[in-house]
Design a protein around this ligand. Structure first.
Ligand SMILES: Cc1cc2nc3c(=O)[nH]c(=O)nc-3n(C[C@H](O)[C@H](O)[C@H](O)COP(=O)(O)OP(=O)(O)OC[C@H]3O[C@@H](n4cnc5c(N)ncnc54)[C@H](O)[C@@H]3O)c2cc1C
Length: 383
């Protein structure tokens, strides 16, 4: 059976693509150079449903299917890695757990302004100075019950969107015994007393996506801000990351597609030894490999998204899609520079930015090593 997008997905893809062509791609260079978040475009995303991709319509979202979510992130990634990362984190990492684990009251309170663009964005805080891949063993940020409140103390690192968010979903230790039920998720408004957001990290790429360390000193939030079940924070996080990985895979496909298109164009314009470099077999092979691998990566991403949409287990598929798509993207962006020769190393040419941007994709939301670990665990358990 041949895979094809259905009519609704096709229309949605064109809608997002046209928006990205107009509002996102033309500003991508400036977004990177000035390290400035593209608010003008993001403010227009609410009415298009891009800020509430996974949010049901009754809470102001677009509630599109899982493949359409991937399509949206892929298109944004094609336009601008920085903007795509911010929107992927907002939708999948931050609103996702509220949609999946929130009470009706929590959904009614938090989702509509964030999904419609009336508020700012949202972020997810897992990583700490001493905890990234190993969240269960490493998390030191604690939340202690006092009367009607949680009191939160600790430090988080690398929070995408922290300075442009109204709310964060925080993974904290609520039981110091350290067992598998010692972590919980809590919804924390970013304007709470005791929160200090550090300056934007100086990064290799994705410079228009602000990333921050955040400190929590006796931050007080109501007990009702517990998200999901106390002690189930790690499991809820792992579920959230399964979805997030499909998003990062899609973003990587978008970046790879953009790099491939630039390489294809340049290869037909640049001449050496009396002919366009696209006529040299070495260049042709790079283009052929890129087109092939991108197509395979895209279908792996859609496959994982499809499983997700069907409510079937997709942890392994998401890990495979992320691992493959992000490593393909790195290869394709690397070769797009190679096709450009010396010009590819110049910031005047977009391929230089794509390469820097895609470098994160094999690290964030679980490194490639962790994806291989997840895949192997699944293989060994016969799933
Ligand atoms: C730009 C950017 C944005 C980010 N956004 C967010 C965000 O919004 N929210 C958030 O919470 N975090 C965010 N992160 C953090 C990111 O998710 C972590 O950096 C990532 O999960 C890796 O964790 P770590 O940096 O602590 O590396 P470590 O866990 O210290 O890993 C270091 C190295 O050891 C390897 N390794 C670790 N354990 C194993 C193992 N068991 N087997 C084999 N190899 C292993 C890793 O693969 C890696 O190569 C972001 C990071 C960046 C750079």
């Amino acid at each position: 059976m041949e895979f094809e997008l259905n009519e609704v997905q096709t229309i949605f893809k064109h809608l997002v693509h046209d928006f990205v062509v107009k509002e996102v791609k033309p500003r991508a260079k400036e977004t990177d150079e000035k390290a400035e978040f593209n608010w003008p475009a993001v403010r227009k995303m609410g009415p298009l449903g891009l800020l509430g991709l996974e949010v049901p319509e009754e809470y102001g979202g677009s509630g599109v299917d899982a493949i359409s979510v991937a399509i949206a992130i892929e298109e944004l990634g094609w336009g601008c890695g920085s903007t795509a990362l911010a929107i992927a984190a907002h939708n999948g990492l931050a609103l996702g757990p509220i949609v999946n684990f929130g009470t009706r009251d929590q959904k009614q309170k938090w989702l509509p302004p964030l999904a419609t663009g009336q508020g700012r964005l949202a972020c997810l805080g897992l990583t700490e100075p001493g905890a990234g891949s190993d969240l269960q063993g490493g998390i030191r940020t604690v939340a202690v019950k006092e009367g009607d409140s949680w009191i939160i103390d600790g430090n988080k690192m690398w929070l995408t969107n922290a300075s442009i968010s109204d709310v964060m979903v925080l993974l904290v230790r609520t039981d110091r015994t350290g067992g598998s039920r010692s972590l919980s998720q809590i919804i924390v408004p970013t304007d709470s007393d005791g929160i200090s957001i550090g300056p934007a990290e100086k990064k290799m790429g994705l410079k228009g996506s602000p990333t921050h360390a955040v400190t929590f000193e006796e931050v007080q939030v109501p007990l009702e801000n517990l998200l999901g079940e106390e002690g189930r924070g790690l499991q809820q996080t792992l579920t959230t990351l399964d979805g997030g990985r499909v998003g990062i895979g899609a973003l990587a496909v978008g970046l790879a597609q953009a790099a491939y298109e630039e390489a294809l164009k340049y290869a037909q314009e640049r001449e050496t030894f009396g002919k366009a470099i696209a006529q040299h077999q070495a260049i042709q092979w790079m283009l052929a490999d890129a087109a092939t691998e991108i197509q395979a990566a895209r279908w792996m991403v859609y496959w994982a998204a499809w499983l997700r949409g069907q409510g079937k287990p997709y942890t392994k598929a998401a890990a495979m899609a992320k691992l493959f798509a992000t490593e393909v993207s790195e290869r394709v962006c690397r070769n797009a520079i190679q096709v450009h020769g010396g010009y590819g190393y110049s910031s005047e040419f977009a391929v230089e930015r794509f390469y820097r941007d895609t470098r994160l994709m094999t690290i964030g939301e679980g490194t490639s090593e962790i994806q291989r670990l997840i895949i192997t665990r699944s293989l060994l358990s016969g799933k």
